[in-house]
Design a protein around this ligand. Structure first.
Ligand SMILES: Cc1cc2nc3c(=O)[nH]c(=O)nc-3n(C[C@H](O)[C@H](O)[C@H](O)COP(=O)(O)OP(=O)(O)OC[C@H]3O[C@@H](n4cnc5c(N)ncnc54)[C@H](O)[C@@H]3O)c2cc1C
Length: 399
């Protein structure tokens, strides 16, 4: 047997490389009870060519010959306020994306569409850029976007691709060669829940507010300053012949989906043994939130967000230099970054109750039944918003 065979759920990250590469369309992706996709090989069609195994990111390692000897680490934030407010951390991705588009390139990133489905999409103009800014805490379906990415690369278009680390590894493993016109950006990731779970959450919200959900932003800076995890949900309220949009702020510490996400309860099984959550990154540039900035670079504190930026390759360095006047930045050493960001060291710990976390997912009251374990910090955060916390820590660190 020379085809892919998933005997344990943690051996597949759901990238669909096997399906997209199969020359005889022998592979389909099946959804399991939790809503995660896994390959299914039709033995009657399979010609045992081994392509699916050869292109699987979890079965193959990356060639690291283009990597810098030491990654270059900086704290950075964009000077473009509009972009910074739409992005989740310091707006570095948005700034690189805008530069790429202005130079005639295309950008590939994750969007949540009007049906609240999260998937990767291609953007080639400034107006459409907003839809791929910001973090979506759901697994982003890659569908067959790599096939289009390859076409653009072969046509010599500049391509910027952004995704979670396993998706970057998947893209590199999918492509037949390395391309000088490709830049990869990975976001530091602690894990992703399934689309099915998010769909159930949308039902829960619509029931709770008796209104149709029109938009959802996980890290809304309209809802709270950077660092305070609050989502902004927009609902359409229909009254007689009129409709109006009402916004609700959702506090992560008191919301069943957000709380369970931040507490690592509901990730894909492969996330708990993620082979990319370590110091050896795979993308040209790694981006994350710069937690702890108030201790490390107090003069860079910004309530609208600061990014951790790790430049891993020469291509990443070229891209970073291109940002030139567009960002503010300062050097930080790698160890300091790692100490403030667990996913630069190891994957998220699998909680004991992960085994039965999804068991009741089919129940209509699934989210109502989730018991949020609130701790004193949740309440402290209510009375000490991030802005105040930053101010206090800034004063303390100056002493
Ligand atoms: C699931 C997830 C977990 C994360 N966990 C951490 C963490 O533990 N520590 C940390 O420091 N940072 C984490 N981040 C990254 C952080 O939230 C920011 O995305 C990152 O700092 C880039 O911010 P930005 O302001 O530069 O750009 P942003 O505009 O926020 O970046 C947007 C881009 O991020 C990518 N993206 C967004 N959602 C997804 C998704 N579901 N799947 C694939 N790609 C996506 C897209 O390509 C999108 O275009 C996580 C992000 C995601 C999506």
């Amino acid at each position: 047997m020379n085809h892919i065979f998933i005997d344990e759920p943690n051996k597949c990250c759901g990238c669909k490389n096997c399906q997209n590469i199969c020359p005889v369309n022998a592979i389909s992706m099946n959804e399991d009870a939790e809503g995660f996709l896994y390959p299914n090989v039709d033995a009657n069609k399979c010609i045992n060519c081994g392509a699916c195994k050869k292109h699987c990111p979890l079965l193959n390692d990356m060639k690291r010959n283009t990597f810098l000897k030491e990654p270059l680490c900086v704290a950075a934030k964009t000077k473009n306020k509009d972009i910074q407010l739409k992005c989740s951390s310091g707006g570095l991705f948005g700034t690189i994306a805008l530069e790429t588009i202005e130079k005639g390139g295309i950008v590939v990133g994750s969007e949540m569409d009007e049906r609240h489905k999260v998937h990767h999409t291609i953007v080639d103009n400034k107006e459409a850029l907003s839809k791929i800014l910001g973090s979506k805490y759901v697994y982003s379906d890659l569908d067959n976007v790599f096939i289009d990415v390859k076409k653009y690369l072969d046509d010599d278009r500049e391509v910027l691709f952004c995704g979670v680390p396993c998706q970057i590894a998947a893209l590199i493993n999918f492509l037949p060669k390395s391309y000088d016109n490709l830049t990869t950006v990975e976001v530091i990731c602690h894990g992703t829940p399934s689309q099915k779970l998010f769909d159930k959450y949308v039902d829960f919200l619509e029931k709770k507010y008796s209104a149709k959900l029109k938009g959802f932003q996980f890290r809304s800076k309209k809802a709270a300053n950077w660092g305070t995890f609050k989502a902004l949900a927009e609902f359409e309220i229909l009254k007689k012949n009129t409709s109006k949009i009402v916004s609700k702020k959702i506090n992560a510490d008191f919301d069943p989906y957000y709380w369970s996400f931040l507490n690592s309860k509901n990730y894909r099984e492969s996330c708990y043994s993620c082979k990319y959550a370590n110091p050896n990154r795979n993308a040209d540039i790694t981006l994350g939130d710069f937690w702890g900035i108030e201790h490390i670079k107090p003069n860079m504190v910004d309530y609208n967000g600061v990014s951790t930026v790790i430049i891993n390759t020469n291509k990443g360095l070229e891209t970073f230099k291109m940002l030139d006047e567009k960002i503010e930045w300062d050097y930080v050493d790698y160890k300091t970054m790692q100490d403030n960001n667990g996913q630069l060291k190891a994957p998220s710990k699998r909680p004991i109750d992960r085994d039965n976390w999804y068991t009741d997912i089919e129940r209509s009251d699934f989210f109502e039944k989730i018991k949020i374990r609130k701790n004193y910090k949740s309440y402290i955060k209510l009375f000490f918003p991030q802005k105040l916390k930053f101010k206090i820590k800034k004063i303390i660190s100056k002493k």
